[in-house]
Design a protein around this ligand. Structure first.
Ligand code: NAP
Length: 292
């Protein structure tokens, strides 16, 4: 069995911030990540509200973060945790067991889909959650973005530079995105916002997505449908107090389970931003350092 003082689940900005602070305090730490490091950062086209960078792409910021982590020789394990024994403080990754004194959930959250019939089949084949990742595949074509928050508006702005036409479909009449993003969006001639509209079905032709049907029976032709309709927390492995699936923490980042902490977007909170996720990682690290 491999032993670490602290095991951090998730290599997003909160997990990496936590790991850097712990390692600088001389604490043995392992970060386990089941996808790519950087988490949601990898899906952000442009970040303009992270102090120190007036504008940077999400993947670039993720790379800088990983470079910084490598300066501290923080070990990373790219694999999936399958089981956690909270009583004995052991977790399983495949056939390997790891023991910890403190465990940190910085597992983030994933994108929500619309829940329409047959949707699963088309994810990655005409339904996307990431304009930065997939936008270039639809260069000079018409695309749809669904949602009305800052993610949907950012995606529409990004896609407008690549695609011929971007339809932004929102179910209410006033986009809830940040004002600065809305101002940018309304200046773009090839973006059309369709208000009071709900996607009722995906249109398919020749085994390819070719648009959406709306609740008023209007049909919009599009080569790809980008969904930006909120998130679901990656909290399935946590067996403790949650609210709407998000892990409940106190001001020290402590969960309802002894020696188990959580930070970042997997927690129940008001603000889901890079800056807050990073600071929550630091708060958790500080709590652990004080306990050691
Ligand atoms: P969000 O603010 O929760 O917005 C989700 C959007 O999806 C809402 O407009 C919601 O509609 C809509 N929606 C939810 N379920 C739907 C459904 N079934 N059908 C159609 N529409 C549906 O999520 P977000 O935009 O991902 O933002 C999350 C956080 O990240 C926010 O704090 C945001 O400020 C931040 N963020 C910031 C930036 C930036 O550049 N500064 C970029 C991205 C995200 P209703 O409005 O009707 O509920």
């Amino acid at each position: 069995m491999v032993e670490y003082n602290t095991i951090i689940l998730g290599a997003g900005i909160s997990g990496i911030s936590c790991a850097i602070y712990l390692k600088r305090a001389g604490i043995s730490v392992l970060v386990i990540e089941n996808h790519v490091p950087g988490g949601q950062l990898n899906k952000a086209s442009v970040i303009e509200n992270y102090p120190g960078y007036s504008s940077i792409s999400g993947p670039d910021l993720a790379n800088h973060m990983m470079e910084q982590a490598s300066c501290y020789d923080i070990p990373f394990l790219y694999d999936e945790v399958t089981e956690i024994d909270f009583e004995n403080k052991i977790l399983k990754v495949g056939s390997e067991e790891y023991s910890y004194q403190y465990l940190v959930f910085s597992t983030g959250r994933r994108e929500r889909a619309l829940g329409l019939k047959g949707e699963e089949k088309w994810i990655g084949r005409g339904i996307s959650f990431c304009a930065t990742c997939d936008g270039a595949l639809y260069k000079d074509q018409d695309v749809v973005v669904v949602g009305g928050g800052s993610s949907a508006v950012s995606e529409a702005i990004y896609l407008s530079k690549l695609c011929r036409k971007v339809y932004l479909i929102y179910r209410k009449d006033d986009l809830r995105a940040e004002e600065i993003l809305k101002e940018q969006l309304f200046m773009i001639p090839n973006v059309e916002v369709i208000y009071h509209a709900v996607v009722s079905d995906y249109m398919v032709e020749d085994d390819k997505i070719c648009g959406v049907c709306l609740n008023d029976h209007q049909q919009i032709d599009a080569s790809c449908i980008f969904l930006a309709v909120g998130h679901l927390p990656n909290s399935e492995l946590f067996d403790g107090k949650k609210n709407c699936g998000y892990i409940v923490v106190n001001s020290k980042g402590e969960t309802s389970r002894k020696d188990v902490y959580a930070c970042g977007d997997v927690t129940y909170k008001q603000v889901y931003q890079l800056v807050t996720a990073s600071s929550e990682g630091v708060i958790v690290a500080t709590s652990i350092i004080q306990n050691n």
